[in-house]
Design a protein around this ligand. Sequence first.
Ligand code: ZN
Ligand code: ZN
Length: 227
Amino acid sequence: MATVTCKYCKKKFDRDKEPYIQIPWGEKAFRYAHAACYLDEVNHGREKQQYTVWDPAIATTCFWCHQAIYPNQADVELVPQLTDRYMHKNCGLAHPADEKEELMVFLIKLFGLKEDYILPKYMIQIQEYIKKYGFSYSGIKKTLIYWYEIKKQPVNEEFRLSIVPRIYNEARRYYEALWNAQQANQVKNIKDFIPQDIEVNIKAPQRQLQKRKLFTFLDEEEINGDK
Ligand SMILES: [Zn+2]
Ligand SMILES: [Zn+2]
């Protein structure tokens, strides 16, 4: 369901059920109208014929820019990892732009969400965790991967996101142990190739840099530390 208000008759309608037009409004927003109301305006010479009429039976919207699209358009493709969300190819080059967007796509895949309007409910919950516990988007994603994919716990209606605060630290310890094991192997290899005196000079900063790069689960600690 996607309820919008018609620009002309001012009535609310579901653009998933009735033919509509989409009018760009500012940078990222759109206004909507019944196709019939718009065509009536055009026929009376009060509007130019410039907008596409979208048939909700076959149209969808770009996952990233929310512009109406048809899945069979040449410049449209599936969102990677999702089987029922489409995007402009160009939008796919620019997204996901950050860890928040990565988490959004991951949640749709993990929970099998059918409708995008369900997503904000989860994102509000995530904002609360970030505010209350200092979690990060990537930390939450890794915690969900740990619980549902590594520990193979069933995804059920009751838990979903609410498992995150309960196992965040457990997941962190898992990734830390994993990272430490990888790091131990790397140091052994580096010693074979780098002369002793150079190693002494670069050791401390090098380690820090590698740590930040390889182990993003610690992001929130670094962010807190910078404040
Ligand atoms: Zn209307
Ligand atoms: Zn787009």
